[in-house]
Design a protein around this ligand. Structure first.
Ligand code: KLS
Length: 301
C-alpha cells in the first residue's frame, strides 16, 4: 500500500526534490490551486508557500515563477513518484457556480498542467512538466460542480489512452461529506484519502478509545457504492502533533493496530495512509525514523 503526502504548505519547507528522494513516499499532492475561477475565462490562482519566486501571470493570482517545482518534478518522476496537483486547501473559496465554470476550470487545469503542447493559449506554470492527476481538497463552499469537473477531466484523460491520470479527494470524515459526497457518488475517483483528523465525531483517535465512532467501515461502503467501487481508501492522519488541530495525532505505535485491522478487513479497498503534511513528517522523528518512514514500515509489516 501507498503513503501519500501533501506538499506546499509546510513551514520553512525544503524543495520538492528533497521529498522525492524519500523512499517512504509514493504519492505527492502539490498544494494548492487555492483561487477558483468565478466565471468562464477567469484564471485560477495558486499558492505553494515559500516556493516559487512571487511573480504571477499579469492580472492573476496564478504563480508564474515556480522554478523549484518545475525543476524538481522530473526528478520526482524519475524516482517513480506520482505527483498530483491539489485544488482547494484551507484558504480557498471553493464555490463552483455553474457547469460552464466547472468545465472551464477543468479545461484550464488540463491545458495548463496536463500534457504540454495541446493548447498554447493557456499558461504552463510548471513548464513542460505534466502532473499525474488532480486532487480535490475541498474544505468548504463546495458541494456542486466537482462531479462535472471530474467528468470533464476524465474526457481529456481519454485523449491520452496510453497514459494514466488520477483523480483523488480529501473529504472530512463526517458522512456525508458536504463538499465531496456528490462527486464521489457521481464521478470516478481513484483515491479517497479521508481526513480522519480535525473532526472529533469520527477521527482516528476514536479508534484508540474503542468507542465505535471511527468510521472507516462506513467510508468503505461509500466507496463500494460509488461511481468507482475499485477506488482506494486511505487513512488520512496528521504527520505530527502540531500539523493538525490539537488532540488528533496518533503515534506510530497507535497507528499500527489501526492499519493492521483495516488493511486486513478491507484488502481490496484499503489503499494506504495519507499524511498532512510532508515537512511536519520530516520534523517528526521517532527512534531515528520520520513519521512517513514509520507509516511505510507499518504498511509493509
Ligand atoms: C488534506 N488537507 C488537509 O489536511 N488540510 C488541513 N489539515 N488543514 C488544516 C486544518 C487545521 C489546522 C491545520 C491544517
Amino acid at each position: 500500500s501507498n503513503v501519500a503526502v501533501y506538499y506546499g504548505q509546510g513551514a520553512y519547507q525544503p524543495r520538492l526534490s528533497h521529498f522525492c528522494q524519500e523512499t517512504s513516499l509514493d504519492i505527492i499532492n502539490l498544494g494548492f490551486i487555492n483561487v477558483f475561477p468565478k466565471a468562464v475565462g477567469d484564471w485560477p490562482g495558486s499558492n505553494f508557500g515559500n516556493q516559487c519566486d512571487g511573480t504571477v501571470y499579469e492580472g492573476t493570482e496564478l504563480l508564474s515563477g515556480c522554478h523549484q517545482i518545475w525543476e524538481d518534478i522530473p526528478i520526482c518522476k524519475e524516482l517513480g513518484k506520482t505527483v498530483m496537483l491539489s485544488l482547494g486547501g484551507e484558504t480557498a473559496y471553493e464555490d463552483i457556480p455553474t457547469d460552464e465554470v466547472a468545465e472551464w476550470f477543468a479545461d484550464f487545469l488540463w491545458y495548463s498542467f496536463g500534457p504540454p503542447g495541446q493548447n498554447d493559449t493557456f499558461p504552463r506554470p510548471f513548464q513542460d512538466n505534466q502532473v499525474d492527476g488532480f486532487d480535490f481538497d475541498i474544505e468548504h463552499d463546495g458541494g456542486y460542480g466537482y462531479a462535472t469537473m471530474i467528468q470533464r477531466l476524465r474526457s481529456h484523460f481519454a485523449d491520452f489512452p496510453d497514459e494514466t491520470f488520477y483523480i483523488s479527494g480529501a473529504p472530512q470524515c463526517q458522512l456525508p461529506d458536504a463538499q465531496l459526497s456528490d462527486a464521489i457518488s457521481n464521478s470516478h475517483f481513484d483515491f479517497i484519502w479521508v481526513q480522519w483528523y480535525n473532526t472529533a465525531a469520527c477521527s482516528a483517535t476514536n479508534f484508540l478509545e474503542g468507542n465505535g465512532l471511527f468510521n472507516f467501515a462506513e467510508w468503505a461502503k461509500v466507496i463500494q457504492d460509488s461511481a468507482n467501487p475499485a477506488a482506494k481508501l486511505f487513512i488520512g492522519l496528521p504527520a505530527s502533533e502540531e500539523a493538525a488541530v490539537d488532540g488528533f495525532y496518533l503515534s506510530p505505535a497507535e497507528v499500527y493496530p489501526l492499519v493492521d485491522i483495516y488493511m486486513n478487513l478491507y484488502p481490496d479497498t484499503f489503499g494506504g495512509v495519507m499524511l498532512w503534511e510532508a515537512t511536519a513528517s520530516d520534523n517528526n522523528t521517532i527512534n531515528g525514523y520520520n513519521y512517513a518512514q514509520h507509516m511505510k514500515h507499518i504498511l509493509h509489516e
